[in-house]
Design a protein around this ligand. Structure first.
Ligand SMILES: Nc1ncnc2c1ncn2[C@@H]1O[C@H](COP(=O)(O)OP(=O)(O)O)[C@@H](O)[C@H]1O
Ligand SMILES: [Mg+2]
Length: 330
């Protein structure tokens, strides 16, 4: 049996189906992500898996224990980092960990022994005796990540672990999540509406919308599934139409969009197509004013299934590789 298994797990709130017959499993040691927009049913799923909410129907198991009938067994094996920070600001980092351990019936000595190495994991050892209210948002998040490790859970649940953090702090948290996963051997189930976060961190992703699973796979396979290859955007100094025509005919590119001298194509292997594009420009006697290659993102996958974006703002740049045309030429 896998560490997390659900079968047709469902939650209704007065007729609203928040989680709709969701079936999936998570392997021991994985970082598994639930990716979906606000209201998709991510938190509701976490709440059922962590025994905070009773399912309307269906089943869920943690390490083989039923989350409804064996809730106490489940609770001992899991840690939950909810979306809202729940640390005690007037206590120190050390006291917060102690407090958590004691809630789980551990002795003071047992917890004390773990504290240095746990704080070390997230770079907070020097701050062990500082009050938490003096911590930055990122430091609080880091403390929360190790707080739930005190009672040595097999799996931890992170609900939107980097929401509201600036991009730099977010990256840091990603690193720490990976460290916990690798060094402490803990399975991680996280939810997010940030596609870059899911893409960067997760071994496998479950894309969810309106309570329903749209697809589950590795980030790579999800992106390959929509069959786009690399996306190349090129701007030439002239002969745009002709250039596009030749690109399709001679370079095996698929034309996505031509607007004057700006051409968007997809190619199976973008880096090879680049060379062809420059040699074609030479032959046609035009300049390549700019060119960029990007991989399809999980956003493209979400759009593929729903026709909508995960969120309003786009977040270009993550996997975008901008090439300066001149640099490549020489
Ligand atoms: N306690 C509740 N009572 C009624 N509706 C709820 C409750 N909790 C969540 N919902 C609704 O269920 C849906 C899923 O919510 P949620 O699981 O919080 O989504 P997410 O975490 O993906 O943003 C939303 O439409 C939300 O309004
Ligand atoms: Mg939520």
């Amino acid at each position: 049996m896998e560490i997390i298994e659900t079968h047709e797990l469902t939650k209704e709130f007065n007729g609203l189906v928040a989680v709709d017959r969701v079936t999936f499993s998570v392997k021991r040691g994985e970082i598994f992500g639930f990716l979906g927009p606000n209201g998709a049913g991510k938190t509701t799923t976490i709440n059922m898996l962590t025994t905070l909410l009773l399912p309307t129907s269906g089943r869920a198991y943690i390490s083989g224990f039923d989350v409804v009938r064996e809730a106490a067994q489940v609770r001992r094996r899991i840690g939950l980092v909810p979306q809202e920070i729940v640390l005690e600001g007037d206590l120190t980092a050390r006291q917060n960990l102690l407090f958590h351990g004691m809630l789980y019936g551990m002795s003071r000595r047992e917890v004390e022994e773990k504290i240095p190495e746990l704080l070390e994991l997230v770079g907070l050892r020097e701050r062990a005796d500082s009050k938490v209210r003096t911590f930055s948002g990122g430091m609080k998040r880091r403390l929360e990540l190790v707080k739930v490790l005190v009672h040595e859970p097999e799996v931890i649940f992170l609900d939107e672990p980097t929401i509201g953090l600036d991009p730099q702090t977010r990256r840091k948290i990603w690193e720490y999540i990976q460290i916990l996963n690798r060094e402490r051997d803990v399975t991680i189930f996280l939810t997010t509406h940030y596609m870059e976060e899911a893409d960067y961190l997760c071994d496998r992703i479950c894309i969810i919308d309106h309570g329903k699973i749209l697809d589950i796979d590795t980030p790579r396979k999800l992106k390959d599934r929509i069959g786009e290859g690399d996306i190349i955007e090129v701007e030439v100094s002239g002969k745009g139409e002709r250039f596009a025509e030749m690109l399709a005919k001679e370079c095996g590119c698929q034309i996505k969009k031509v607007e004057g001298n700006s051409i968007t194509v997809s190619a199976k292997r973008g880096e090879y197509a680049l060379k062809e594009i420059f040699s074609l420009a030479d032959r046609l006697g035009v300049e390549v004013a700019s060119i960029s290659v990007r991989e399809p993102t999980l956003e493209d996958v979400f759009i593929h299934y729903t026709g909508r974006s995960i969120r309003e703002e786009t977040t270009a740049g993550g996997s975008m590789m901008k090439y300066l045309a001149r640099r490549l030429k020489h």
